[in-house]
Design a protein around this ligand. Structure first.
Ligand SMILES: NC(=O)C1=CN([C@@H]2O[C@H](COP(=O)(O)OP(=O)(O)OC[C@H]3O[C@@H](n4cnc5c(N)ncnc54)[C@H](O)[C@@H]3O)[C@@H](O)[C@H]2O)C=CC1
Ligand SMILES: O=C(O)CCC(=O)C(=O)O
Length: 409
């Protein structure tokens, strides 16, 4: 089993929001036994306390890792987002402290695409309302306002991993797929990229959002955009709650401008399953409301648990940082019979030559060296003969611009 700088039993892994047990199993199988597991997210105060002695933190979409949280987490080595979105993490605050953030960019994409397609069908058939009426003892056996999705236009905003899978699934049902993206994307099947959001909104029968939360997507569907949608169209949002102005959507649904909506994500979401869900969409019978479960299937969660824990373990055991979303990516071989020195520094000129100078002056024999930088941070990994590692580490710590160092025995 690979060795780390600390005895593995002393490395604290803090897992929040009920990440799948596959992650816990994977950590344990790799010697990490000090695991603090929480089934839901913590209050701000409890989070600040719990991160104090954590070396690794695993979260989902609910926990916000802010500057204040990073400032309190003085031992933190890396963060794992057991989901796709990383908007809940202050990535720059993490980077400034030399902390890589990892996520699972693919594992739940199919689950979201399947749910959205099912919702498109349910909405086009007016099922939310009909189902509620049945539950109350009523009976609306009528074709009025019910349509097949075949031949209808699906407008996808954000043609990434989820949007493009949805595109393929929807075409298999005979839908005509149009999409809008800020970058040119290869269309799959017969889908067509449109040049403007306005055009997509004006002609789509169903509009589905699959963008990340960024400055450009924040409140991108507000009153003006919703009113550009076709009379009687449907809106689906399983991306982020800040993409749609929920009050404006509620108004369009109440007025009958939109025939229906399916919403999985909300500007404010309950912290856990025991907290009340509050939204202006509650009680609207043409709306499918789901509790941010687009990616919550057994298949997706199990795979995410394995994928993200594996990335954290690899970084802890071996220093490999590939697929980090904020950190220079270095893929490293194993280091048998060597000690591995990890040096994270500000990306300023001369750091590498300074590292090499101090190592050479300390009589250290370098057997392998790896470097990667991004705009702000550099990551140098040096494999050295065992007996010199402590001396080498001390020398490297003195180099100007050093953010943090670690040694893997
Ligand atoms: N409801 C749920 O449980 C889940 C929600 N998500 C959300 O879905 C989002 C999308 O996921 P993926 O498809 O995997 O991401 P992705 O990164 O593969 O695709 C996002 C696409 O949006 C495009 N985009 C960015 N800004 C845009 C803008 N202003 N206008 C139009 N297009 C824009 C990008 O160019 C990219 O093609 C995630 O960022 C996450 O927030 C992801 C998984 C589960
Ligand atoms: O499963 C979750 O908690 C969040 C899913 C999600 O929104 C994501 O993967 O970005």
């Amino acid at each position: 089993m690979a060795k780390t700088s600390l005895d593995k039993s002393k490395i604290k892994i803090l897992l929040l929001e009920g990440v799948h047990p596959s992650a816990v199993e994977h950590f344990k199988a790799n010697g990490y036994t000090n695991i603090e597991y929480h089934a839901k997210s913590l209050s701000e105060e409890a989070l600040l306390e719990a991160v104090k002695d954590a070396h690794f933190i695993g979260i989902r979409s609910r926990t916000h890792l802010t500057e204040a949280v990073f400032a309190a987490a003085s031992k933190l080595v890396a963060v794992g987002c057991f989901c796709i979105g990383t908007n809940q993490v202050d990535l720059q605050a993490a980077l400034a402290r030399g902390i890589p953030v990892f996520n699972a960019p693919y594992s739940n994409t199919r689950s979201v695409a399947e749910l959205v397609l099912a919702e498109a069908i349910m909405l086009m058939r007016g099922i939310p309302h009909k189902s509620q009426v049945c539950h109350q003892g009523g009976w609306i056996k009528s074709a009025n306002g019910s349509y097949e999705v075949r031949g209808k236009k699906l407008g996808i905003i954000g043609y990434g991993n989820i949007g493009s899978q949805l595109s393929v699934l929807a075409e298999s049902l005979g839908m005509e797929v149009l999409y809008y993206d800020v970058i040119s994307k290869l269309p799959l099947g017969n889908a067509r990229q449109l040049d403007s959001l306005e055009e997509l909104l004006a002609i789509s029968d169903v509009v589905s959002l699959h963008v990340p939360e960024t400055h450009s997507t924040k409140w991108m569907m507000a009153k003006a955009q919703i009113s550009q949608m076709k009379q009687g169209a449907h809106l689906i949002n399983a991306s982020r709650g800040t993409v749609v102005v929920i009050e404006d959507l509620a108004e369009a649904l109440e007025s009958g401008h939109l025939a229906g909506a399916a919403i999985d994500v909300f500007p404010v979401e309950p912290r856990g399953n025991d907290d009340e869900f509050i939204s202006p969409l509650r009680g609207l019978d043409n709306v499918i409301l789901t509790p941010h479960i687009g990616g919550s299937t057994m298949e997706a969660q199990e795979n995410i648990g394995k994928e993200v824990s594996e990335k954290l373990i690899r970084y802890s055991d071996n220093g490999t940082s590939t697929f980090s979303v904020n950190f220079p990516e270095v893929a490293l071989p194993s280091h048998p019979e060597k000690h591995r020195l990890l040096h994270i520094h500000q990306n300023i000129p001369g750091v590498l030559s300074e590292i090499n100078r101090v190592l050479s002056e300390n009589g250290i024999n370098i057997s392998g060296q790896y470097l990667q930088t991004n705009e702000k941070v550099g990551y140098v990994v040096v494999d050295v003969d065992k007996e010199y590692s402590q001396q080498a580490l001390e020398a490297m710590k003195q180099v100007k611009g050093t953010i943090r160092t670690r040694v893997l025995f």
